[in-house]
Structures are given as structure tokens and as C-alpha cells.
Design a protein around this ligand. Sequence first.
Ligand code: SAM
Length: 403
Amino acid sequence: MKLHRNLVFATIDSLHQIFNEQKQADKVLKNTLKRDKRWGARDRSFIAETTYDIVRWKRLYAEIAEVKEPFDRSNLFRLFTVWATLNGITIPDWPQFEKTPTRRIKGRFDELSKIRKYRESIPDWLDELGEKELGKKWDAEISALNKTADVVLRVNSLKPESKALQNELFDGGIETENIKGLPEALKLKERANVFTTDMFKKGWFEVQDASSQKVARLLNPEPGMRVIDACAGAGGKTLHIAALMENKGQVIAMDIFENKLNELKRRARRAGAHNIETRTIDSTKVIKKLIEKADKVLIDAPCTGLGVLRRNPDAKWKLQPEFLERIRKTQAELLDSYSRMVKPGGELVYATCSILPSENDKQVKAFLSRDSGKDFSLVKAEKIMPSSSGFDGFYMALLKKKA
Ligand SMILES: C[S@@+](CC[C@H](N)C(=O)[O-])C[C@H]1O[C@@H](n2cnc3c(N)ncnc32)[C@H](O)[C@@H]1O
């Protein structure tokens, strides 16, 4: 592979913003990729994939390159050199690469790969936490979480034309395959930008990982029910719930952030989902009004997101141990408060995109032992681990309230 100067520079500029200005990787890349209209699909994917790779392997590459944060421009070029060398790419004779000790890179890589926190490129505290919570399983999980994620689509059953999606994508050069047990899922055989297709604009599908698609299936909403999605965000699962309800009944999508619910409304219009109503949680009254009013409630709780590190590798560097403590407290509070919206005889699903027991089964167990959970019983729970499933790490538990 020959390296092109403007693509490498665009990658370095993106890394500078992510590492030194603490900006979110996906937002930085969205802007960078707008910079030059002449860039084709390959150029764009070089910038995006290389940037994500260097973000993912930051600690390992920094140790190999012997550079420390904050990274100046020459440090960023050294990180880039480590990436290129380990990927078998010849370093060009540009002045930016002059001082790079390329020969030592492979030796340092072999030496550092013996130690998990360097090999898997994670902060010390995260490595300790993973081992404490998952024991021996942590090795396989963190290794799986460092792979790149598949792109999975959820075909929108509210659009009858979407039955033709697989064939139409094929005609457009995008090959997909089905996923066993998930009737609406299509996995791309190769990464592609599906957001620019007409089919996306017409609302035939959403991009949603297989694990995430399992959550609404576990909730199993039926047409005509009243269902509350209490932490709806921009509505990935709300849209799935509305589709399973065939647009009949009512979905109340709630979040503390109005801007996320506005995005949800935009997506609902594209998807042709007409039975969704949004409510911003700006006071406790919003919840009180709905006590014992819902057939089903979904709490897709805010969490560390450790199950989706493949998609957000920069979370490794942005997460802090104090956040985990705070979020566990929030999760318990949400279980106590939002479970009150379930009707007698109704059901509750608690879900996270984390693989930590302290955010998952331990939360559910503690809830069931508190007064707030005394009317609930556990029907079933599923832990999806990235190493064995190849999907995002997720946890979901179905609880039933006494009639
Ligand atoms: C895991 S995300 C939800 C993802 C969304 N359900 C989806 O499928 O796209 C968790 C959401 O909970 C929201 N949240 C945080 N604290 C909350 C609270 N106290 N009550 C309700 N939602 C909250 C966050 O804004 C975030 O959108």
C-alpha cells in the first residue's frame, strides 16, 4: 500500500483532535471526511479505519514509540509509524518520518505483547476492573472487544417494500447474510457506507447490532399495548418496538435529553413509525403520571458501554473509574423509580451494553431484594459476550410484575 500525503495528514489532524482536544472520534471523523470532496470511498475508509485503529491501540503504540501525552505533531507521526510498520506498510521518506526508529518497533511489540494491559491497550484501572469482575474470562472478552465490529442492519418491517432490501443492496454491490434467530437482521459481508443509499433515506432499515436487536424481542411488545421506553435516547430500540407493534398501540419514548428525543422523532418519520410519543424527563412528575400505566417498560440503562468498545474504542480513554461508581447508583435508582410504571401483571426489561456483572445481574438481584422490587420476579436473562457471539456485549433481563 502506498501512503498518500493528504490522507495521512487528515488522519494525524483527526488524532490530534481526539487525543489532545478530547473530542469524540465519530464527530471528528464526520468533519474530517467532509474536508475534500475528491476523496473516494477508499480514501475515506483509509482515514476512518486508520484513525480508529490508532485510537484503539493508543497505549500499546505509545509505549512502542516511547512517546507520552499530550502528543505533539511529531509524536502523532511516531504513533502512525508504529501502525504502518505493524501493518507491513513501507514508510515513505517524508521529513515527518525522519526520526523514527522503525527497526525497534517489531521487537518492542513482541516484548510488550506479553503484558495484557499493553497487548490489549487499556488503562491499568480498566484491566484491574475487568479481571476483578470477570476473572479468567476477561482475557477473551477484552481481546474480542479490540476487534472491529460487523455492520448489522435491522430491516424495517413497517415498510413493506423493505422485503426487497437484500436484493437491492446486492444490486448496489453490498452483499449481506442473515443471522440465525434474528429475522430482521442482515449482516454486511464487507464494511460499506450504507447511510448514503436511497434505501436508507426511504427508511427501509436502521443500522443496529444483533445484540441490540434482541432487546425489543425479549420485551416482546404486542400491537395495541402501551409500552414505555424509559431511556430511549435517539430511539434505536424504540423504532424496533414500534415496528413489532405494527404501528398499533402506543410507545412512550422518554429521556432526560430533549435533543436525543428530537433525533428520535426525525428517525421515526423516516421509518414510518406513527405510534411513538416522546416525553422529556424534566421532573419526577413525568414518571409519577405514568405509575402502573404500562403493559411493558424497557429500561435501556445508561452504562459504561464496555460491551461496545469495538465501535467506540475511544471510550477506553474517556471512561473514568468514578463514572462507573456514579452510573451504578443511577442504574439502581432507575430500576427503583421506573419499574413503578409497570402495570400489575406487566413486564419490565432491564438492559445494558456492558459486560460487567456489577452493572447487570448484580443490579437485577439487588433490585429484587429491595422493597421496590418485591412484586417482581425474574423470568429470564441473557448475557451476550463478544468473544463467543461475535456481537456487541449486552445484558438483558425480563422481569414480571405480580398481577
Ligand atoms: C444506552 S443509552 C440508550 C440507547 C437507546 N435506547 C437506543 O437503543 O438507541 C441510555 C440513555 O439513557 C439516557 N439517560 C441517562 N439518565 C437517564 C435518566 N435518569 N432517565 C432516563 N434516561 C436517562 C441517556 O441520555 C441515554 O440516551
